[in-house]
Design a protein around this ligand. Structure first.
Ligand SMILES: *[C@@H]1O[C@H](CO)[C@@H](O)[C@H](O)[C@H]1NC(C)=O
Ligand SMILES: *[C@@H]1O[C@H](CO)[C@@H](O)[C@H](O)[C@H]1NC(C)=O
Ligand SMILES: *[C@@H]1O[C@H](CO)[C@@H](O)[C@H](O)[C@H]1NC(C)=O
Ligand SMILES: *[C@@H]1O[C@H](CO)[C@@H](O)[C@H](O)[C@H]1NC(C)=O
Ligand SMILES: *[C@@H]1O[C@H](CO)[C@@H](O)[C@H](O)[C@H]1NC(C)=O
Ligand SMILES: *[C@@H]1O[C@H](CO)[C@@H](O)[C@H](O)[C@H]1NC(C)=O
Ligand SMILES: *[C@@H]1O[C@H](CO)[C@@H](O)[C@H](O)[C@H]1NC(C)=O
Ligand SMILES: *[C@@H]1O[C@H](CO)[C@@H](O)[C@H](O)[C@H]1NC(C)=O
Ligand SMILES: *[C@@H]1O[C@H](CO)[C@@H](O)[C@H](O)[C@H]1NC(C)=O
Ligand SMILES: *[C@@H]1O[C@H](CO)[C@@H](O)[C@H](O)[C@H]1NC(C)=O
Ligand SMILES: *[C@@H]1O[C@H](CO)[C@@H](O)[C@H](O)[C@H]1NC(C)=O
Ligand SMILES: *[C@@H]1O[C@H](CO)[C@@H](O)[C@H](O)[C@H]1NC(C)=O
Ligand SMILES: [Fe+2]
Length: 638
């Protein structure tokens, strides 16, 4: 059926009023039947924990309260760019009783300007009235300071309101105007949670102190939806399991010390030193056990970074809902659908209605961040772009709003002549669309996201921003081959090539993988490979693909099921955590480095040189990439 019909009818049934820019609609036709507050700790299911179960982790708030047990507090502060300005986002447990306010100026002692903004909230569960307020965020404030001078330091202070403590005098630096040719370096992070991300965090903070301009996080922020990892028994295809105190390789049918399945040699690979293992064991996880508290924990932790440099984000699959899948025995189906704690269900039956309403359809993501979709013709936090000096950056939504997107809109669940899906026809990660679909949902051109991308690409002034970098959460190519990659290629690749995007960045796979520059049919543009670590950009013909999903999270590293990468892979690192550093040196040279979290060393590097530029390099390309046939070809890759 035509998508437009489905959306119109769905819209009529949505429980809430027409959304403002900051609101998301969630459907509530079928009741949520699970516990008021789902908690993935059955030994100690109390909200704050009483010391018997898995510990509830906490991180310090962005503003230290004046005394113990504050009644309200600024727990998170985040900077993000809006065109010619900055958005100051901050979070408190309770309302402020007034419009959020920021005093600011160009001198630390002369904060003579005052700007006011607006506040969003959602029905988080548990509400902040039931938990320690210095860890909890339920009110999300955005104050914009527009029309600022570029590349300038401003100072600001968030005044006290309804019990909060005033912030210190803090500062930020505005973006360089498009066309400013001064070299700069920015950071790219993907798939960064809390567990296993300590090294990345440390190196990121260090880089921020050393002059990083800003950071760009390509989806999977916090891994809040892995709150239940402590209650799922190990699955045989998880690389390793963690039972709260010990790491072991999984037994096919549950917990217990190593029992390596013979059909999958990757189980024999030991974890890299110091790595905390994948998923949960029977009664313990290795992060917090509440969805919303995981968000709070991660955001409080990241505030040290997000207060220092602008932090641009995009969504990933982990932002969609409170859960993604059920495990052996389907304990989540029993818990969320039938309110049975520590039980089993015969089938995996998670639906859109399995999560509490406030944990569906990217609601937490939409409230907890503020990206410049509105200001750049895009869609709130879902797709947008921004300029910095010599580069134009494009953030895309890989989960919804393109043909065959991984998260389904409701109309894709319909059977026969239905106008609404039945409860059991929906999926837990159903979400969106967030933009229009004007025609068949199977056609690229019908989508607002596609049309926005095309318009955005067409509007770039390459004399000002010769570098164009696009990112979405998911890769178009990976040695972990999956069907979504083809859908993404079909959606965006030809547009990106046509308009000369230099590099496409992604995460989702929890490793670092650098591809050679690839043409429209996925083959290596051999003429653009000067050597192992130097590529020419080749507008209209190829672009460089980087998968950067190694920031670290509770799901640990991804591993290859066998030891052979794709022939299009230049470099694969499955064992280090870290992030990408992109240095834009001038209009013709940019260098990407993979920075290791463990010690800050550079694990991989690739220099991109504009084709036709007068830059001398050593040339060694040839034998390394040619003539390999592989298992992937037998699998029908291509
Ligand atoms: C879920 O179970 C708990 C205790 O077992 C009970 O207090 C609560 O009311 C139940 N919730 C629903 C929606 O049935
Ligand atoms: C959960 O169920 C398992 C198996 O029925 C049982 O061994 C365990 O003690 C239960 N745990 C709790 C915390 O109730
Ligand atoms: C002010 O904070 C209190 C908690 O101390 C909260 O109960 C109240 O709702 C807040 N006021 C407003 C107007 O949000
Ligand atoms: C975790 O595994 C270790 C090693 O097998 C074992 O000694 C420990 O008792 C287990 N802990 C739990 C909570 O099951
Ligand atoms: C695991 O369980 C399945 C089904 O319950 C059974 O068929 C299989 O033999 C079990 N495998 C082992 C190694 O116990
Ligand atoms: C939908 O189709 C069923 C049979 O597949 C039919 O019985 C029913 O009348 C149809 N409903 C509408 C509204 O057309
Ligand atoms: C879905 O639920 C309906 C009744 O609400 C039932 O008739 C149908 O068989 C169910 N479908 C599946 C796939 O379980
Ligand atoms: C998600 O939110 C959008 C925007 O409010 C809405 O149009 C869409 O129908 C919602 N989708 C689902 C599956 O809830
Ligand atoms: C990698 O796989 C090849 C064959 O597929 C095998 O010959 C080789 O020993 C493997 N290397 C490692 C390090 O496992
Ligand atoms: C750009 O930077 C590279 C690396 O520092 C340098 O070799 C090249 O000469 C520069 N090009 C221009 C036009 O400044
Ligand atoms: C290519 O570069 C990577 C690091 O960037 C290095 O580990 C690898 O050995 C190099 N390969 C060749 C063939 O030089
Ligand atoms: C290229 O640069 C070198 C010095 O870096 C210069 O000697 C040479 O003339 C330049 N060639 C062209 C065609 O601009
Ligand atoms: Fe992901």
């Amino acid at each position: 059926m035509k998508a437009a019909t489905g959306i119109a009818l769905l819209g009529a049934l949505l429980a809430e009023a027409a959304p403002t820019d900051d609101k998301r609609d969630v459907d509530t036709r079928f009741p949520y039947l699970g516990p008021a507050v789902p908690i993935g700790d059955w030994v100690d299911p109390t909200i704050n924990g009483n010391g018997k179960g898995f510990p509830r982790l906490v991180e310090p708030p962005a503003v230290k309260p004046a005394g113990p047990k504050p009644k309200n507090n600024v727990n998170v502060i985040q900077l993000s760019y809006v065109p010619s300005g900055i958005n100051l986002h901050y979070q408190t447990p309770f309302g402020l009783g007034a419009a959020p306010t920021v005093h600011w100026g160009t001198h630390a002692h002369k904060l003579h300007q005052t700007s006011r903004g607006s506040t969003n909230t959602y029905d988080r569960t548990p509400p902040c009235s039931e938990v320690a307020v210095t860890q909890c965020s339920q009110f999300f404030h955005n104050v914009q300071l527009p029309n600022l001078a570029p590349d300038t330091t401003y100072y600001y202070q968030i005044p006290a309101a309804n019990g909060t403590t005033a912030s210190q005098v803090l500062s930020f630096r505005t973006a360089r105007v498009a066309g400013d040719t001064t070299p700069f370096t920015m950071a790219v992070l993907n798939d960064m949670g809390y567990t296993n991300a300590g090294g990345t965090y440390k190196q990121l903070l260090k880089a921020a102190d050393e002059g990083l301009s800003f950071a760009w996080h390509g989806g999977d922020l916090s891994y809040a939806d892995d709150w239940y990892s402590g209650i799922l028994p190990c699955e045989s295809d998880w690389p390793v399991c963690y039972n709260g105190s010990s790491t072991y390789l999984p037994k096919p049918n549950g917990t217990g010390p190593a029992d390596i399945p013979v059909d999958d040699p990757s189980y024999a690979d030991p974890l890299p030193a110091g790595e905390i293992a994948d998923q949960g064991g029977a009664y313990g996880g290795d992060m917090s056990v509440l969805y919303e508290s995981n968000w709070d924990l991660w955001q409080n932790w990241m505030s040290k970074v997000t207060m220092k440099i602008p932090y641009m984000v995009m969504l990933g699959n982990h932002e969609a809902a409170c859960a993604e899948f059920d495990g052996p025995g389907n304990p989540l189906t029993a818990y969320l659908n039938s309110n049975i704690t520590n039980g089993t269900a015969p089938e995996t039956e998670l639906t859109y209605y399995s999560c509490p309403p406030s944990q569906r359809n990217f609601t937490a993501y939409q409230n907890r961040f503020r990206m410049p979709g509105k200001e750049t013709g895009g869609q709130t936090n879902f797709w947008y772009s921004y300029d910095y000096g010599l580069a134009h950056f494009i953030s895309l939504d890989s989960e919804t709003d393109f043909p065959y997107s991984p998260s389904y809109p409701f109309f894709r669940d319909l059977e026969g002549n239905e106008t609404f899906p039945m409860e059991n026809e929906t999926y837990v990660t159903d979400a969106g669309p967030f933009g229009y679909i004007n025609g068949s949902w199977k056609v690229n051109e019908a989508y607002e996201q596609y049309n926005w991308l095309k318009k955005d690409l067409a509007s770039i002034d390459r004399t000002k921003t010769p570098w164009v970098i696009a990112m979405s959460h998911r890769p178009m190519y990976s040695s972990a081959v999956s069907s979504y990659q083809k859908n993404l290629r079909n959606a965006w690749q030809s547009l990106m090539l046509e308009y000369g995007v230099d590099a496409y960045l992604a995460g989702h796979i929890h490793w670092y993988e650098r591809m050679y520059p690839l043409t429209a049919n996925g083959s290596i543009d051999a003429a653009s490979v000067l050597n192992n670590n130097t590529y020419l950009t080749n507008e209209g013909t190829s672009m460089t693909h980087l998968t950067n999903g190694m920031a670290g999270n509770v799901e640990s590293h991804s591993t290859l099921p066998w030891n052979e990468t794709l022939p299009i892979t230049a470099y694969l690192d499955q064992s280090h955590y870290g992030f990408g550093k992109f240095a834009f040196l001038n209009a013709t040279v940019a260098t990407w480095s993979m920075v290791r979290g463990v010690d800050g060393s550079v694990g991989d590097e690739v220099t991109l040189i504009k084709k036709g530029a007068n830059v001398t390099t050593s040339s060694g390309y040839g034998q390394h990439v040619q003539g390999r046939s592989s298992k992937w070809e037998q699998l029908g890759y291509n």
